[in-house]
Design a protein around this ligand. Structure first.
Ligand SMILES: *Cc1c(COP(=O)(O)O)cnc(C)c1O
Length: 354
């Protein structure tokens, strides 16, 4: 791929106080963009100033939501290198999402190279403080000017980046979770395994109602029986019961997280008993009653590991591990972030330097 690179003539001032960055509000100087048409395939790859794009109000994405995305981070390691964590997995997953959404496939290698070029150009935007990173958002959307329902012919693939603060400023923070019994995020046969904007639209109301009750996130149950656990918020979820580490098996309605996959690989390497299987919400509450539920945690790129301190289902509220971080959660967090920030040797070959 031959990328046309045009550096901005007016670089923006970089944020000076990284503790104030938050998430997803500040954007680096440049973006990658390419177009697709049925005739030319993917073409016109460009890196240029981060700027507004002009699309028709009839662009198909605005009406029928044909859009997919990815999320990953660039880390500044302790010896000053720039690291990406398993980035090829993100582009492979983008192609899985693309197939389900009838969006054309991208070339994984080309897109990884484009990302590296972009990161190199904006390397000064990668935060330096501990735990902070440059969040990377690749996405593809349908851009045909047409109101009929069919897959689009024209698409844009864009990568934008956003310096983001540490997810945890004061150590791992257990969250309170509301077990959602009314709404579902996705069902088998639907789009749950794809990273598609529409899945997030479907999750907002449940999330809003949980927050109105002072719960931070929602635990999603399966759409058919409302019995088996799927995910927590926009994270995969793990349970430690009687020394067995359990995560819901990939059923079609669960997003196959790269953090999830890495946690499974780490736990297996540590010789722990790890199982991907169906797990019902009743099994979790029963395990709690019997004193066998020791940890619950979410996994995802943003938080890496997010311990669950409180679970509420109907009138029942349980406090896991006294609302404190469990040993396995902490060890996973330390190991994964250690590998990402270069403090721990990467035996798996997960890190790609830019
Ligand atoms: C992105 C995402 C995850 C986590 O995936 P990672 O690759 O670990 O970041 C989990 N669930 C949903 C719904 C997601 O969109």
């Amino acid at each position: 791929m031959n990328i046309k690179i045009t550096k901005t003539g007016s670089p923006k001032p970089k944020p000076t106080d990284e503790s104030q960055l938050g998430f997803g509000r500040v954007f680096a100087d440049h973006m990658f963009i390419m177009e697709h048409s049925g005739e030319k395939g993917w073409h016109n790859p460009e890196i240029k100033e981060f700027q507004n794009i002009s699309i028709s109000p009839a662009s198909m994405v605005l009406h029928y939501g044909q859009e997919i995305f990815e999320g990953l981070k660039a880390y500044r390691t302790c010896n000053g290198e720039i690291a990406l964590f398993r980035p090829e997995e993100n582009f492979k997953r983008l192609n899985v999402s693309a197939e389900r959404s009838v969006i054309p496939q991208i070339d994984v290698e080309d897109c990884l190279n484009a990302l590296k070029e972009l990161i190199k150009l904006d390397s000064d935007w990668i935060p330096r403080s501990n735990g902070a990173s440059l969040y990377i958002r690749p996405f593809i959307f349908a851009a045909d000017e047409f109101l009929g329902v069919r897959p689009s012919d024209k698409y844009y693939f864009i990568i934008i980046t956003s310096p983001s603060g540490a997810y945890y400023s004061t150590g791992l923070n257990p969250v309170s979770i509301f077990v959602e019994e009314n709404y579902v995020r996705a069902t088998k046969g639907g789009m749950g395994f794809a990273k598609a904007g529409g899945n997030y639209a479907a999750s907002l109301l449940g999330q809003k109602e949980a927050q109105a009750q002072k719960y931070e996130q929602v635990l999603w149950l399966d759409g058919v029986e409302r019995k088996y656990i799927e995910e927590v918020g926009a994270m995969n979820v793990f349970f430690v019961i009687d020394d067995e580490i359990i995560t819901p098996e990939l059923s079609g309605s669960i997003l196959p997280g790269i953090t999830r996959m890495s946690v499974l690989e780490l736990c297996r390497k540590w010789g722990k008993r790890v199982t991907e299987r169906k797990i019902s919400i009743d099994e979790v509450f029963d395990a709690y009653e019997n004193g066998k539920l020791s940890e619950v945690f979410g996994t995802g790129t943003a938080a890496v590991i997010s311990p669950v301190g409180v679970l509420k289902k109907g009138e029942k509220v349980i406090r896991i591990n006294n609302g404190e971080i469990g040993e396995i959660s902490q060890k996973l967090y330390d190991t994964l972030t250690g590998i990402q920030y270069g403090r721990i040797a990467d035996e798996f070959g997960w890190v790609k330097h830019v």
